[in-house]
Design a protein around this ligand. Sequence first.
Ligand SMILES: [Zn+2]
Length: 351
Amino acid sequence: MTCPDRSTCRRPDQTRRGHVAPASQTRVSPTRARPLSPFGRVLRLAQRLACTVATVVACHNVAAAADAPDLGAVSEIAPGVFVHIGRIAQIDADNRGDTANWGFVVGERCVAVIDSGGSVDTGRALLAAVQAQTDKPICALVATHVHPDHTLGLQAFDALQPPPTMHAHKRLPAALAARKSTYETLVRRQLGETAPARIVVPQDLVEGSTQLDLGGRVLTLTAWATAHTDHDLTVYDAKTRTLFAGDLLFVQHIPVVDGRLLGWLKQLPQLQAIDAARVVPGHGPVTDATGWQPQQAYLEALRDGVQAALAAGHNLAATVESLPATPGWQLVEQYHRRNVTSAYAELEWAD
Ligand SMILES: [Zn+2]
């Protein structure tokens, strides 16, 4: 970080938030120089040294603040459609669970929230972000799937009155029941032992598709066959042709197979056929129809590589060691071997 203004670590024309302010607000009047006595020169030198030390500390603090996640930052990607892009990382105490995307859609009557980030902190930031944009009530919470980086923020919505309805794929409760204690243990290890780690159970379960009327705009919720997980749900806003894909789409963040590789590949043409002007992935920046291609290439290469290894009689360990990921992804070390293992187990007995 550079620090052009030694007294503030900001440009004179910048406000504390980094916005450029009118020059009249921050312009500093020049002072007239006067000759100094020897004692005065020593004093000024000491002051400058102290100022330099203070500046280094201040710069460090500003740099640390810049590195801290802005949990509630949102962009309005289409009229009434707000999105927060989480970090491409695994949950830890530093990022406070801000590792997945979330968003909300504002209707004439009420607001629907889609996913909530990976901690109660992200949920609180989301709630504040909604309230900063509108005073309309939140009537719906949508969980695209149960993974903790998408659902732990729901804890922050407990106290809302009237309570919003929570929507999820019909198989989410079973998936949650099977993994609840594992997730809670994992998240406490990642965020800290005292972190709240309760995953809220949805009440309104979707089979096939259903619609949410927010007043003046209708969202379509679609429950998919097993792909990223066995309970993926997407949200489509017809008014702006915006698709919230959840983790059926990864951008920059390497895809993670926690359901069925073949099922995911089978459904990609249907997902890509949705008339979407923009697609909000579960991880990574907002994209359009072209955003599906790198993920498809990765999943196809994974399928083809594992099938070739099986045909050659390679065992699981040899396959995991030898099969590279297609280039360009982040978090390869954390997830690619896991994906190969999952694909091997799936394809070993596939027809
Ligand atoms: Zn996921």
